[in-house]
Design a protein around this ligand. Structure first.
Ligand SMILES: [Zn+2]
Length: 140
């Protein structure tokens, strides 16, 4: 099913299920659900650009250093500007694909360094590669 979805990406059926109004509705639903989840767990919410950033969450409440669901970023304390820039690209991916982003993301591979959505968001900003340059810092 996921393989079939990947093969038809760009075809008419794929365009229909990712039509902008449907994708945006899915992204809005995901955003609301994740904000409820983050607030229910006692996280502190703030707005950074179009991203709802919820910090102070327990480690089990999200994946890796943090997870973007719709326009909501859930994390314990991984909220440096570089990370938020990376997560904002994931927010845009959610806008583009809606709830289909979930199977598409996993179909692209668990290894972040090969996952096209992580590559698009930036592996360095996401903390998947060491930062380059004189003022390189660690985020996570
Ligand atoms: Zn990422």
């Amino acid at each position: 099913m996921i393989g079939a979805l990947a093969r038809t990406a760009g075809g008419p059926a794929f365009r229909a299920i990712t039509a902008p109004p449907l994708a945006r509705a899915g992204a809005r639903f995901a955003t609301r659900a994740a904000r409820l989840w983050g607030r229910a767990l006692g996280g502190q919410e703030r707005r950074v650009g179009q991203l709802h950033v919820i910090t102070g969450l327990p480690q089990w409440a999200f994946g890796r250093g943090g997870t973007t669901v719709g326009a909501t970023f859930l994390t314990r304390a991984s909220d440096s500007p570089a990370v938020l820039e990376h997560e904002d690209v994931h927010r845009q991916q959610w806008e583009r694909y809606g709830l289909w982003f979930i199977p598409m993301y996993y179909a692209a591979g668990i290894d972040a360094k090969r996952n096209r959505f992580e590559i698009e968001a930036g592996l360095e900003q996401g903390g998947y590669l060491p930062k380059r340059g004189p003022d390189a810092q660690r985020d996570a």
